[in-house]
Design a protein around this ligand. Structure first.
Ligand SMILES: Nc1ncnc2c1ncn2[C@@H]1O[C@H](COP(=O)(O)OP(=O)(O)OP(=O)(O)O)[C@@H](O)[C@H]1O
Ligand SMILES: [Mg+2]
Length: 224
């Protein structure tokens, strides 16, 4: 599902270049779930952004689902992102003026989908129900608890039936015991939706429930 070879990412800053990712290698098979841990600033979000086609490597190769990301132009990247990837961010970025159902439907607005509108709405309702939020369908984000917001964000990440879900600190500022709940949720995604999962987290309860745990150190991934 993911193959990264010799990935280097440098940023130039006021004090010169910094190398955040340094000849990093990674292989993830379809259906795997992995966690990436490491101290603040070690490059976890940078790596996820590159996998998410939101940022471009300085050098090296990245392919997802057999497609090489290097050759894609901006349109192809946008299409790939929309069709193949699902994102869950730390600050869930739900639109405050939209209900749970409307938020889940947002990724559907861009792109040319064959499925009819009614069918999509029905699928959105089902997803929301699966995630235990059916009683919050018409609630606005401010009327949800932190965990409920996360579940809405996960439903939104799944609406386009992605092959790969990228999650950056999904437990966010939720209390530490949320690690287990998020892990249950992700196990469900992994099993029922056959989704490959890469999650960046500080929460070891969550990390240890993933198939493999990597730590990002000095620009490289180390398993264990
Ligand atoms: N656009 C940018 N320009 C310059 N430097 C950047 C840029 N984005 C990130 N960096 C630097 O790259 C390093 C890695 O940042 P990154 O956001 O990937 O860390 P992280 O591991 O996700 O940290 P955290 O756990 O705090 O979220 C940091 O030192 C950061 O300052
Ligand atoms: Mg980060």
């Amino acid at each position: 599902m993911i193959e990264i070879q010799n990935l280097v990412k440098r940023y130039s800053g006021p004090a010169g270049d910094i190398t955040v990712l340094d000849e990093l290698e990674l292989k993830v098979l379809k259906g795997d779930s992995i966690a990436i841990v490491g101290p603040s600033g070690c490059g976890k979000t940078t790596l996820l952004n590159i996998l998410g086609t939101l940022d471009i490597p300085s050098s090296g190769s990245v392919s997802i689902s057999g497609k090489s990301l290097e050759g894609m132009d901006a349109d192809e990247r946008a299409r790939f992102r929309n069709h193949t990837l699902g994102f869950v961010f730390q600050q869930h970025f739900l639109l405050p003026q939209c209900s749970v159902l409307e938020n889940v439907l947002i990724p559907r607005l861009a792109g040319d989908w064959e499925e009819g509108e009614d069918e999509t709405r029905e699928r959105a309702r089902k997803l929301i129900q699966e995630l235990g939020l059916e009683h919050r369908l018409d609630h606005m984000p401010f009327q949800l608890s932190g965990g409920e917001r996360l579940r809405a964000a996960v439903a939104r990440a799944l609406i386009n039936q992605p092959a790969l879900v990228l999650a950056d600190e999904p437990t966010g500022s939720l209390d530490p015991s949320m690690g287990d709940q998020v892990a249950d949720l992700f196990a469900q995604l992994n099993n029922q939706h056959d989704v490959t999962l890469v999650t960046v987290t500080h929460n070891m309860a969550l990390a240890n429930r993933m198939g493999r745990v990597y730590s990002l150190e000095n620009g490289k991934l180390r398993q264990g």
